[in-house]
Write a protein that binds this ligand. Structure first.
Ligand code: ADP
Ligand code: ADP
Length: 262
């Protein structure tokens, strides 16, 4: 931990899963207690337009790989809820569907990646969203002798994004995702997993969705080229059923592990 660093942490509660990464090359912990000392890192980025299914996949992947899930949108919403100075500053950008300025995001993520539970790997969602953020992340990891393992791009066309975002409902407690049509809860308006209330996010209203998509194409989509040039990009068809998308991602990660072993 650095000296004199500003502490931007806040309670993101269930949104962060501490833990260790299981045995490399498999999709679960190895039964013979393989030494944690030789386990390689799994530093993943879930990438794609708003509504591509990143949060939905992250929920599944967190059960496969015990790396912390770091979603900048969730972290920011926790700051807004807690009324922190960062939350107060970020809110107006989020409400409009604009990006929160890089310097605020970078300080928040830098701090999060320095925490103990992120030392063996992480699953990033919603970050980086600009080329500057991608460069800063690379620089931070490089200074620690670390690097990104892969960037998983969930490809979904705009029309589907609009359909997904306008029907999205999230639970107020754990942030679990539902869709009124594609993935409804068992009981209307109630989260299957923790029984809390389901709400529509303020930025999932039509005019804000339109701006978020515009911002994605203008500022975030160029980051795809950045990772493609570095050979880190893996394209996933995000229009398929959530279970199929999950299977595809697991297969991609298993392949990455095999490549690493050779
Ligand atoms: P979605 O799940 O729809 O992709 P997020 O929950 O990731 O959206 O983000 C919600 C909002 O939080 C964004 O519209 C933006 O205002 C802000 N935000 C999240 N991550 C970032 C980031 N890396 N850079 C700038 N703004 C961000
Ligand atoms: P993101 O985190 O990328 O913004 P979410 O995971 O929140 O996206 O998904 C957006 C909406 O689309 C949610 O309502 C979710 O239930 C739904 N959804 C996610 N994946 C799929 C899928 N493969 N097919 C249909 N709907 C999906």
């Amino acid at each position: 931990m650095g000296v004199g660093r500003i502490d931007l942490r806040c309670d993101v509660g269930a949104l962060v899963t501490p833990g260790v990464f299981p045995f490399p090359g498999t999709l679960g912990p190895r039964p013979d207690g393989y030494s944690a000392g030789v386990v390689s890192e799994l530093n993943l980025i879930l990438f794609g337009p708003p509504g591509a299914g990143k949060g939905t996949q992250a929920e599944r992947l967190r059960k496969d790989f015990q790396v912390p899930y770091i979603a900048t949108g969730d972290m920011l919403r926790a700051h807004v809820k807690d009324g922190t100075p960062l939350g107060q500053e970020a809110k107006r950008y989020m409400d409009a569907g604009d990006l929160v300025p890089d310097e605020l995001i970078l300080a928040m993520v830098r701090d999060r990646l320095e925490r103990d539970d992120a030392q063996d790997g992480f699953l990033l969602d919603g970050f980086p969203r600009t080329r500057e953020q991608a460069e800063a992340l690379e620089e931070q990891l490089r200074s620690l002798g670390r690097r990104i393992t892969a960037v998983l791009l969930l490809e979904v066309p705009d029309a589907e994004v609009v359909r997904r975002l306008s029907g999205r409902r999230v639970c107020v407690k754990g942030g679990h995702n539902y869709h009124v049509e594609f993935d409804p809860p068992k009981h209307e308006g109630v989260c299957d997993q923790d029984g809390s209330r389901l709400v529509q996010r303020d930025d999932d209203k039509p005019d804000v969705i339109e701006n978020r998509l515009r911002v994605y194409h203008e500022k975030t989509a160029p980051v795809v080229d950045y990772y493609d040039e570095r050979g880190l990009l893996r394209r996933i068809d995000g229009t398929r059923e959530a279970a199929d998308v999950h299977d595809h991602i697991r297969a991609v990660i298993a392949t990455l592990r095999l490549e690493e072993d050779f």
